[in-house]
Ligand binder design. Structure first.
Ligand SMILES: *[C@@H]1O[C@H](CO)[C@@H](O)[C@H](O)[C@H]1NC(C)=O
Ligand SMILES: *[C@@H]1O[C@H](CO)[C@@H](O)[C@H](O)[C@H]1NC(C)=O
Length: 802
């Protein structure tokens, strides 16, 4: 958190006393059933990142907003060396790529060379699904599910395999005869990637292994240690498996490689100055051909190989560990007592392990029970054994306290990472470049700290999509059931409230100080954002040009939440182009902001910079308000709808087009018992208690969803028909955007209509004519989901599914 953020928090701690909590029921129907996992989907215009899908590409297909809830870590690669700080690549829920740590060579793939202190989505390739990641000293390699290989970072030794460059800060796909769409050999697929410090490898499903980059120690496996331009095919004497590649995995320390076949055989090549290749006393210092590791013993069934800096470790199926190579820092654990161990020897320990990983001078391992053990050098707390760093190396596996349920471990040169079976990530060790991903701290950690936490239930409490006519840039926000608040999209007026000046933010960001306000609902307008707390307080942030912040002036934008002075407990709020409406628990309506068309409903046209009661509605109990571009709607407890403000397009449903400065009930809705209202920019939707759906106002893009001319001068019925039988469906929830409309029907499916130029009604857009969809169509991409909530913005849509 920034210093400013801390200041804000301190301020709120003073202002906010204890708040009574109110029970709430949001996001559609039944209250969340404990373990449910909601998902957020977004589609439509994305010119300001309002979809929250990391990039700024517009799309008609609903796309998972995975940054908000995609929390489980599924794979990790930790780079760096004794010369360079570490960088980390992580795959999170649904195969998305994130990175953190040292970025001096662009190895994080983020388009710059600034270090990151927390796992950050990699925008350029975020839409791809990755299955495997690998990281070297200062470069990165990642493999997609369809077999594409992406490379980035330093190319100083040719380790990217890109002909013409010294390096790239943006992931670049390898397309060079062997790799890419025009791969030779017809239809074979890359199934694995690995990195040494300065070289890279990839292997195909037919078992062919290619290597590129530095070959000073024969680590490319070509039979000599001459430089190789381009890709070298490693000559392997492996029997091809009946099906798929004979290679199970490859681990590279700095400059040597260990290869494990699916049959359980281990091969090694590269640097061998400490005997790290396990080739026995006679092994040369450089071995440039893959050679079988000797003396592993017949009984050993190898499940994993891991190469440290100058040493190697092998894990057997009974949990035993065999070690060889450099032992100057006791990194081989207890054994015969040699400084260098050229022949594989079993480590003496009672602990049985299921995973193991080694860094420069230390190792970490997960026991069969999910506990973590470590040994070797502790110079930065990488052993995780507590507060003081040990000057003496730790000679035998010691238990790391405070974590359990660990499935996999990953050691960088000077750091340690542990992944639980739930997908939770812990880290400890050196952190000077943000490589632990802990955000807001660069101190070394000598005890495990949680980097990614996973909760069983992830539920959305409130979601909103902003924007109005004329300016299609928009923003979005969500409140989760655990009170976390995320915002993303257009931020030119600080409407994201996260204190970051970046104008377009495609990556949803947690705003910690908003989370501490205990918010229950969020509403995004065009220029500002509003949120209601559990205690019924209303906060706003963003532009104050129209007096939206309610504090008696028309001043500059702010990203700090401002408490709006309203007498009473606020139930809900709605933001128009420049005006705001709020309704209290006891049914009173307040309005403030722009009033050129009488949209404040107080009988005049003067803008107001403090909330004023709409006294004309005093005899009524109002339960919902909705602000259009320049007009307003209010719904009474008995199901009557009032309308006021701008009426040039028949927004008020009164069969004339004269503006009103005072609320006027809509006569044709009187016998309908309306249950929900939603004002778009120049049109409106209403949902009656019996599930019938009505619309009125401007119809220039078919946003009324019914056979109306350019205007629907009074409320008329909209039909949503079942895609199979043509049965008429009742509505459950409505959302009107600027030029489009959304509804959830009784079958829990989302239907959309109106303007579809930008994909805001989904992929079923009758583009033949004018990009107009005049009747409701089902958003088919979400057909196997239960849609819980919807929000419609300027030209984008969001949905919450379960
Ligand atoms: C590594 O060195 C330490 C300290 O000399 C010794 O206790 C240990 O047995 C050695 N390990 C092996 C596998 O030789
Ligand atoms: C938010 O809720 C928590 C837990 O109920 C409470 O301890 C805290 O004081 C509340 N904070 C505010 C600002 O209301």
């Amino acid at each position: 958190m920034s210093a400013r953020g801390l200041a804000v928090l301190a301020l709120w701690a003073v202002i906010l006393g204890a708040c009574p909590s109110v029970s709430l029921s949001q996001a559609g129907e039944e209250d969340s059933s404990g373990r449910e996992r909601h998902e957020i989907w977004a589609w439509g215009l994305n010119n300001a990142g309002q979809l929250g899908v990391v990039d700024l590409d517009t799309r008609a297909e609903p796309t998972l907003v995975s940054v908000v809830q995609g929390k489980e870590v599924t794979d990790l690669a930790v780079g760096g060396s004794d010369k360079k700080e570490s960088h980390v690549l992580a795959l999170l829920h649904s195969s998305k790529l994130y990175s953190t740590g040292d970025n001096s060579h662009g190895q994080l793939g983020l388009g710059d060379s600034l270090d990151r202190e927390g796992l950050t989505p990699v925008p350029r390739v975020f839409s791809r699904d990755f299955v495997s990641v690998a990281s070297g000293e200062a470069h990165s390699v990642a493999l997609t599910s369809d077999g594409r290989v992406f490379v980035w970072g330093s190319n100083a030794h040719g380790q990217l395999g890109l002909a013409s460059q010294t390096g790239t800060t943006i992931p670049d796909e390898l397309k060079d005869g062997i790799f890419g769409a025009d791969q030779g050999g017809g239809g074979r697929k890359v199934v694995g990637v690995a990195c040494g410090a300065r070289h890279s490898m990839a292997w195909f499903d037919d078992g062919d292994l290619y290597a590129w980059g530095d070959n000073s120690f024969g680590q490319l496996g070509t039979g000599n240690n001459k430089a190789v331009p381009g890709f070298a095919k490693v000559k392997l004497a492996l029997k091809p498996a009946l099906e798929g590649s004979p290679i199970k995995s490859i681990s590279s320390g700095g400059f040597h490689n260990l290869l494990l076949t699916r049959e359980g055989k281990v091969y090694s090549w590269g640097k061998n100055d400490y005997g790290q290749l396990g080739l026995g006393k006679s092994g040369a210092a450089v071995v440039s051909k893959p050679s079988p590791v000797k003396g592993l013993g017949d009984g050993l069934q190898v499940t994993k190989v891991t190469a440290g800096q100058g040493f190697s470790m092998i894990l057997g199926s009974d949990g035993e560990v065999v070690a060889f190579g450099d032992n100057s820092s006791n990194q081989l654990g207890p054994g015969a007592g040699h400084p260098h161990q050229k022949e594989p020897r079993e480590m003496r320990t009672d602990v049985r392990f299921k995973d193991l990983s080694c860094g420069q001078l230390h190792c970490i391992a997960a026991s069969a029970e999910g506990a973590v053990f470590s040994w070797g050098t502790d110079s930065y707390g990488q052993l995780g054994l507590g507060s003081s760093v040990r000057s003496q190396a730790v000679k035998k596996p010691e238990r790391v306290r405070g974590i359990g349920g660990i499935q996999r471990v990953f050691a960088s040169a000077t750091g340690s990472y542990a992944l639980s079976s739930k997908g939770e990530l812990y880290a400890w060790g050196k952190n000077n470049a943000g490589q632990l991903g802990l955000r807001a701290t660069k101190n070394s950690k000598s005890e495990p700290e949680v980097v990614v936490k996973v909760s069983d239930s992830v539920q959305v409490k409130s979601i909103s999509a902003g924007g109005h006519a004329f300016q299609y840039e928009a923003h979005s926000g969500v409140i989760m059931s655990n009170r976390e608040v995320y915002t993303w999209g257009w931020n030119i007026f600080a409407q994201l409230g996260n204190g970051d000046a970046e104008v377009r933010q495609g990556i949803p960001r947690l705003v910690p100080w908003l989370g501490r306000l205990n918010l229950t609902s969020i509403v995004c307008g065009q220029f500002s954002t509003a949120a209601v707390t559990e205690a019924g307080e209303l906060y706003m942030w963003g532009s104050n040009e129209a007096g939206q912040l309610g504090r008696g002036d028309f001043s500059a934008s702010t990203s700090d939440p401002i408490k709006i002075p309203i007498a009473g407990e606020v139930k809900s709020v709605s933001i128009g182009y420049g005006h705001v409406l709020a309704v209290t628990m006891d049914g009173k309506v307040f309005s403030w902001g722009k009033n050129f068309y009488g949209q404040l409903g107080v009988g005049d046209h003067r803008d107001k910079s403090t909330p004023e009661a709409v006294s004309h509605l005093e005899g009524e109990t109002i339960v919902e308000v909705s602000a259009g571009q320049y007009h307003s709607l209010a719904l009474t407890k008995t199901g009557v709808v009032y309308a006021w403000g701008y009426n040039r397009d028949y927004e008020l449903g009164l069969n004339d087009n004269m503006d009103r400065v005072l609320p006027q009930d809509i006569p044709t809705l009187k016998n309908r018992k309306v249950a929900q209202i939603s004002a778009g920019s120049y049109h409106n939707l209403a949902l009656a208690e019996d599930g019938s759906l009505l619309s009125w106002g401007l119809n220039n893009y078919g946003q009324l969803g019914r056979n109306a001319d350019k205007y629907g001068k009074w409320p008329g019925l909209v039909s949503i028909t079942d895609h199979q039988g043509g049965r008429k469906l009742k509505g459950k929830k409505i959302a009107a955007g600027t030029w489009h409309s959304l509804a959830i029907a009784e079958n829990n499916q989302v239907y959309a209509w109106g303007r579809c130029h930008f994909g805001q009604v989904g992929s079923k857009c009758d583009k033949s004519g004018s990009g107009v969809q005049t009747i409701p169509v089902r958003v088919i991409e979400l057909e196997d989901k239960r849609v819980m909530d919807i929000a419609a913005g300027a030209a984008h849509s969001v949905a919450v599914t379960a």
